[in-house]
Design a protein around this ligand. Sequence first.
Ligand SMILES: Cc1ncc(COP(=O)(O)O)c(C=O)c1O
Length: 450
Amino acid sequence: MQEASQEESPAQALQGLSFPGQGRQERWLERESAHVAPGATDEAAFGRRVFTSGNGSMLTDMDGSTYVDLAAGALTQSLGHAHPETVEALSAQAQRLWNVHDSAFPGRAELCELLARLLPPELDTYAFFSTGAEAVEAALRLVQRTAPPERNRIGALRHGFHGKTMGARMLVHWDVGTQSFAGNSVLGYAPNCYRCPLDLEHPSCELRCASLVRRHIAEKPNVSALVFEPVQGAAGVITPPPGYWETVARACRDNGVLLVADEVLTGGGRTGSFLASEEVGVRPDLVVMAKGAANGFPFSVLAGPRELMHHPSASEPGAYASTYGGNPLGVAVATATLGVVEREALTERAKELGVLVGELLARMRDRFPSVGDVRGLGLLHGVEFVRDRATREPAPETAREVYRAALDLGVRTALGGHIIRVSPPLNIDEETLRSALGSLERALEQVEGA
Ligand SMILES: Cc1ncc(COP(=O)(O)O)c(C=O)c1O
């Protein structure tokens, strides 16, 4: 997952670059390049590391260099790498039972009860899958089967990202590495204050983006649901200004439009509430969670209220089943992961540490002209690089240089286009976090020659 860039491809940008000190890793990359499909993310293409192990917030590469993982895998490792309780749960389950399709096994009831404690009380019914996109598809199926026939459109927001399967891509109106596919969805304005699509300034804009979404929803009775990321992750951590979600959510409620929160990236405590929806004041009808829910093991959840999930049109035999969906291994790791999140109050910790991250990144924005904007919630922050603060022209080349310099200094971040995301494990210790952000600042010094 990465933001689409209008710039040269990673392969073009890599031409002529050398990678001193990475001889062994370069040989390994060369070896696999004969067979591995192209199209790597910016992170992999420009990082050119061969990682061999992970422990807590640390990663080790083939040459023995270590990195603080401020990208938490793919924003997946809420407890860091190889957390002992997840390893133990997975190993124990691996010796017992791997797959009985969607038949019951003891761990599933336990996970359901845990989710019922962590999620808002109305979200009391769960279906389990393997990937984010798979659970988004299940949400779309549910919406389409239960909506009246005249409500045949699904709403989404500009620059949202919901996965690469066809239904999910229907909601994604920007290039996700292939081409956009509008399908039967309709689009509203996302609250991107740094790059306002309406060329307005917050707060004098009076949230015109939200009133346009409201108008659209009120005037077009053919929309059945709005699928949204409460904080848009792939687009560069687009955090909504106060009031945006209040207006949009009320419009959906007043007009019978379901609110489907795609919390694949944000769910599980990362933003300082268990769901980012809670953080921005939305009570969704359906929620999809994945990445952090099972600490990187392929696992996803669709959560909704009983009356909707049990709707006769959506609950025919096999409605929520898939080959790997909710398999005992994933359930075991999810239970272990969310159990630690609950017991160690990691959601609250994400909120506290998020304040520190916000302060340290704001200091970098004040120091370095190439940093156009920093923003975030909890342990999900974005740093946006620009060529010129006045024009705000995106600077993917600077983002890449900073990303590579930080890697060389032992810090891995999440690179996509001209944006670097900082999203460490929720249980990272404060000293490691401070020191890693200090290294990121040194990387900026190097790149800016400060
Ligand atoms: C918000 C959001 N939804 C859906 C997806 C798709 O998830 P997956 O890659 O597991 O299919 C992603 C992936 O990054 C995401 O960030």
